[in-house]
Design a protein around this ligand. Structure first.
Ligand SMILES: [Zn+2]
Ligand SMILES: [Zn+2]
Length: 306
């Protein structure tokens, strides 16, 4: 599981940063890529990062501001030019379906693969397929904006084979399901819970990927004890009034959310175009005053989540 930042600038592109997009590489876990936000030129950034459009499984849009959205038509329609594309699901605030339908119709484009569009209007569990669970909650921005919490279910690579055979459950038959932690009904009618036969357990990883927001309770809840919190920090803290009046957070505010939610690591992104990459050390130093394990994302910055 790996995060790959594709765009880290707030509002407009700069010569150093593209606008918002973040890939979650789940190739090892499920042979898939999930994309969070899709600013202009995200498909160029994906190409440079060697992320395959074919592997895209889900796209989550935090809100409908252009710097998080305008790359989406390109990503969706370019994918249509490729052969045998798998179905995709797009999640985003109400209005996203109208945006996509309008762009596709007006430009006489079409999609060659099934695209399910799920519009979000309230906090909800978006899906839980037994491997991952994703839920969302409303943040506090100038337009409806959501943050996403991604939780991987615990897994076990080993079953307690001795215990299974002691109880007369033979190798093979049900093992794949038991390993996934499923409840299984045996031929003799016994119902057993796979998790009760797990050997070594690997705890699932947790992430929070938030959209634009001022500090809010929903951010703290979404980020509760996550391994990595991705939070915007548009301005340095001396520009707090300016940041907050436009629905954005500062460095110190993002770090406070990380501390209050007991996150293990904070990565700030969505950095104002007023700053250059040479400002990174002074920007991240503000976060680290409050939350030591803080990093600042740049385009193509990658983080493995163990
Ligand atoms: Zn933005
Ligand atoms: Zn915004």
């Amino acid at each position: 599981m790996k995060l790959i930042f594709l765009g880290t600038s707030a509002g407009t592109v700069t010569s150093e940063r593209n606008v918002s997009a973040l890939a979650l590489d789940l190739i090892k876990e499920r042979n898939a890529i999930w994309l969070f936000d899709c600013g202009e030129a995200t498909q160029h950034q994906m190409m440079k990062a060697k992320i395959s459009l074919a592997k895209l499984e889900k796209i989550f849009i935090t809100h409908l501001h252009g710097d998080h959205l305008f790359g989406l038509p390109g990503v969706l329609t370019t994918r249509s030019l490729m052969q045998n594309m798998s179905p995709m699901t797009l999640y985003g605030p109400k209005g996203i379906k109208q945006f996509i339908d309008t762009v596709i119709n007006i430009s006489s484009s079409w999609l060659t693969y099934p695209l399910e569009i799920i519009e979000i209007e309230q906090p909800m569990v978006l899906f839980d397929d037994g491997q991952f669970r994703v839920n969302c909650a409303a943040l506090s921005h100038r337009v409806p904006c959501f943050g996403y919490r991604i939780v991987e279910h615990d897994v076990s690579n080993k079953l307690d084979v001795a215990k299974l055979s002691q109880q007369g459950i033979e190798a093979g038959t049900y093992y794949a399901d038991l390993k996934r932690g499923k409840t299984v009904t045996l031929d003799d009618g016994r119902v057993i819970d796979g998790k009760a036969y797990w050997g070594e357990v690997k705890l699932g990883r947790k992430l929070a990927i938030l959209g634009d927001t001022i500090p809010c309770d929903a951010a703290i809840e979404l980020a509760h004890e996550v391994d990595v919190l991705v939070h915007e920090a548009t301005q340095k803290h001396e520009l707090q009034d300016k940041a907050n009046s436009r629905g954005h957070s500062t460095t110190i505010e993002a770090a406070n959310i990380a501390r209050q939610s007991q996150a293990k690591k904070l990565i700030i992104t969505h950095i104002s175009p007023r700053y250059r990459l040479t400002d990174n050390p002074s920007i991240i130093a503000q976060c680290r005053q409050v939350f030591a394990n803080s990093e600042i994302a740049t385009d193509f910055y990658q983080v493995e989540i163990e």
